[in-house]
Design a protein around this ligand. Structure first.
Ligand SMILES: Nc1nc2c(c(=O)[nH]1)N[C@@H](CNc1ccc(C(=O)N[C@@H](CCC(=O)N[C@@H](CCC(=O)N[C@@H](CCC(=O)O)C(=O)O)C(=O)O)C(=O)O)cc1)CN2
Ligand SMILES: [Zn+2]
Length: 777
């Protein structure tokens, strides 16, 4: 970080950060965890890596007035808090909580793999691609301070000479995000009276460890909250006050809207607001803020990688600074967990694009510059740096990279009918059945097969130039052949090529589309040790050449059974990329849809007649406020149909979704008009099918019959019982049998064994139904 150019001043705004990435610039935490889990290193080694990372990260934030503590987590920050509060499911307890306890909750097993109980559920963190571990409560849940990681971290930062600001999730958001392990009849708010004293105890311990400020995150303030939840805030925050410890209440990911009154009145010392997504309400907040409170303005975008428009930011900040003076704090809009570390490390980004980008480190630099510009606007050095920033904005806006006139013309010429299949499903279905002749309960998989270390090594060598294209392609073809042979041996009905050639289902497509750039080191944690490197959409999207046709036709040439073409849909490409901020997301989605449409049509022309377009992020893309849903769902479904509708009636379009609360979006799912949808359902015991039943969903469905996240094998009886359960809700003629999701994170042994069980269960049911056809639904 460049040194600040100004001297301290009595009206100086405080600089702080809501959270920093934790996985390590070189993904050190990922590798340390995976070594530890594999039994290749001991706990002391893992702990050493963690300590080094924390210190490195504090050092990188040393120019701030506070460094965050508690943003470091061994697996997930919500899980850390659960351990802190002793919310550990009974099945994972073994004596006192330690690191292995956390890993048992998260992964269903510990280092010794001694225990094989179901892992806790993982779900998406608001509208991000980060997953947290859902706290599991019992109706008689007790809380107690049982894990001192955040307290020890605070003392550790203090001892190392930093000014620590612990960050914890607030009691209301914590309860909101959790669930009762047995159904949801009880009211989570009933747990508050038992929870709050432990929060207070935790805060007192943080103070004793040297904290003067604590940041309490209540991101649910960006959601539509039921009145009892709104009302619970004020009394709760009264109860957890600790003398001599200042509380900064942080909301982010959206405007406060009807929660503004709640947030502004809380007995806290300060409020953090997301001034990027909530820009429109800054003035209202300032007007109502009491005179003793600080206001932390989240002025640079913590969710995206663009350099800020500093002139616009200063225009916002100047009146706030004039009014608040040193009560003004500056921060990113949210934790920087969702960004890579440092754009300066990038060596392969196009030279013209690199200056447009700000990763975590650059976001903090922007804060320093903003503060300096507020205090010493006339300083020559500051003027020069602001001028540089201005030139970057202009260069980006005018870059030919951003504008593709041919694409714009194509968009303008689109007709409504381009986003509709020519024939309704009821007429397509018999044509498809005639063409494909599939048995009752067709079996298939979701696309990916194990990404073995050999595949990853080959790709790494290819990218480093140590393996030529021909040899790399031969190796990937060998992997595809292996996948096809195994699927034929298993007796699956609709095969896949296995996605060996893909580093990731989004990055792979990003790398082949014009309008994208990609980083070499821009890793972001997705869950636990798993990371993604989101590609970056900088301009109008177009597809210079087919992306998957060669692999798909090669795979199909190896089998007489149909092999599904496999694509990622426009909404998932949008959600899992860093997107441009200079046009509405729906326009970008439409451009992506056109590129996928071209690919779908090329696959069809090459003889691939079953094509899956994955949309696992459809649900995650939902805006946080209900009032914004209809608009989003309309353009999202339109984008999917634009991608999928350019094919003949007998071409069968599949889609796949995981992580979905289908109740919320069943109409939109129906509006996709996919011939077949495969969904994640096994962990909910097929309960998720209720939405499809109630809505009388007309098309075909493959409810997942086993959880691919766990290495544990399902039993055949269990799989049969799940399929039978599904037939209670969906007519058997419309059911498919498949796993919950892709198998890339599993080993081949696990995959083969689980799929054999799935196929045997299917065959057994087909037999049973032949003998007793009258039990048909
Ligand atoms: N973008 C995205 N989001 C998603 C999912 C998804 O599949 N993609 N799935 C859901 C769950 N999230 C997931 C996220 C990541 C992974 C995952 O497996 N990630 C891999 C990385 C995948 C990848 O990009 N692999 C690259 C690079 C692999 C790598 O680390 N290579 C080494 C070298 C390899 C070696 O020598 O062994 C290196 O670069 O240092 C490749 O295969 O080419 C990991 O963390 O390990 C799984 C699920 C939701 N969100
Ligand atoms: Zn999936």
């Amino acid at each position: 970080m460049p040194p600040s150019s100004i001297d301290r001043d009595t009206t100086m705004p405080t600089l702080h950060n809501l959270g920093f990435p934790r996985i390590g610039q070189g993904r050190e935490l990922k590798f340390a965890l995976e070594h530890y889990w594999a039994g290749q290193s001991d706990r002391a080694t893992l702990e050493h890596t963690g300590r080094q990372l924390r210190h490195t990260h504090w050092q990188q934030q040393a120019a701030l007035d506070f460094v965050p503590v508690g943003d470091f987590a061994w697996y997930d920050q919500v899980l850390t808090l659960s351990a802190t509060l002793d919310v550990i499911p009974e099945r994972h307890r073994q004596g006192d909580t330690d690191l292995d306890t956390l890993f048992r909750v998260a992964r269903g097993r510990d280092q010794q793999a001694a225990c094989c109980h179901a892992a806790s559920e993982m779900t998406k963190w608001f509208d991000t691609n980060y997953h947290f571990l859902v706290p599991e409560f019992e109706p008689d849940q007790r809380f107690r301070l049982a894990w001192r990681q955040i307290i020890d971290g605070t003392a550790e930062a203090k001892a190392a000479g930093f000014n620590p600001k612990p960050v914890i999730l607030g009691p209301l958001s914590y309860l909101w995000l959790g669930k009762f392990s047995q159904g949801d009849s009880a009211d989570k708010l009933d747990l508050l009276p038992r929870l709050l004293p432990v929060y207070r105890q935790l805060l007192a311990a943080l103070k004793d460890a040297g904290a003067t400020w604590v940041q309490i995150d209540e991101p649910i303030l960006a959601l539509d909250l039921p009145a009892p939840w709104q009302a619970a805030f004020e009394p709760s925050y009264h109860q957890i006050q600790v003398q001599g410890l200042n509380t900064l209440l942080a909301s982010y990911f959206g405007p406060l809207q009807d929660n503004l009154g709640t947030a502004i009145q809380l007995p806290v010392a300060g409020l953090h607001i997301d001034a990027v997504r909530g820009a429109s309400e800054i003035t209202r907040v300032v007007d109502r803020l009491s005179a003793h409170k600080v206001l932390s303005v989240g002025i640079v975008d913590g969710r995206n990688i663009w350099r800020a428009d500093l002139d616009a930011a200063l225009a916002t900040l100047k009146p706030l600074h004039a009014k608040l003076g040193e009560r003004l704090w500056l921060a990113p809009s949210c934790s920087l967990l969702h960004l890579p570390y440092d754009v300066e490390r990038e060596t392969t980004l196009p030279a013209d694009v690199k200056p447009w980008l700000a990763f975590a480190q650059q976001k903090l630099d922007e804060l320093t510059l903003l503060r300096d510009a507020l205090l010493s606007p006339g300083h020559a050095d500051i003027q020069a740096r602001l001028a540089d920033a201005r030139a970057i904005q202009t260069a980006r806006r005018d870059s030919p990279r951003v504008h593709n006139p041919a694409l714009r013309k194509r968009l303008a010429a689109l007709k409504d009918s381009d986003a509709l299949r020519a024939t309704p499903f009821s007429e397509r279905e018999p044509l498809q059945q005639q063409r494909w002749q599939l048995p009752l309960l067709p079996t298939t998989t979701i696309g990916s097969f194990p990404q073995t270390p050999e595949i990853r090594k080959a790709r790494a060598a290819y990218k480093r130039g140590q393996l030529n294209k021909h040899d790399y392609n031969s190796l990937m073809r060998a992997e595809i052949k292996r996948a096809i042979v195994i699927q034929e041996q298993l007796g699956l009905d609709v095969l896949v090529h296995g996605e060996a050639e893909r580093n990731d289902m989004v990055e792979y497509f990003g790398e082949q589309l014009d309008g994208y750039v990609f980083s070499a080191h821009g890793w972001v944690q997705s869950y636990g040790s798993r990371c993604v490197k989101p590609p970056i959409i900088v301009g109008d999207i177009s597809r210079p050449h087919p992306m998957t046709v060669e692999w798909a036709t090669y795979a199909q040439s190896l089998s007489d059974k149909p092999v599904k073409g496999m694509l990622t849909g426009p909404i998932t490409l949008l959600c899992w990329s860093f997107v441009r901020d200079d046009q509405p997301r729906e326009h970008t989605a439409q451009q992506l849809a056109l590129a996928i449409r071209d690919e779908v049509q090329d696959l069809e022309a090459a003889g691939i007649g079953i094509i899956q377009i994955d949309e696992p992020a459809l649900r995650e893309g939902l805006p946080l406020r209900n009032s914004d849903w209809p608009t989003y769902l309309a353009w999202a479904a339109h984008a999917f149909r634009l991608a999928s509708s350019g094919v003949g009636d007998s071409t069968q379009i599949h889609t796949h979704m995981c992580y979905s609360e289908f109740n919320d979006i069943i109409e939109a799912i129906s509006a996709l008009d996919a011939d077949v949808i495969t969904i994640e359902t096994s962990r909910s015991n097929m309960e998720l099918l209720a939405a499809f039943e109630h809505f009388a969903y007309p098309n075909q469905i493959g409810p997942g019959v086993y959880d691919i996240h766990s290495p544990n094998l399902p039993s055949q009886a269990w799989v049969e019982s799940l399929i039978e359960k599904a037939t209670a809700r969906i007519p058997r003629q419309r059911l498919w049998v498949n796993p919950d999701c892709g198998l890339k994170t599993r080993t081949w042994d696990e995959t083969r064994a689980a799929l054999a069980i799935m196929v045997n269960a299917t065959k057994a049911l087909r037999q049973k139904w032949l003998k007793a056809p009258l039990s048909a639904a």
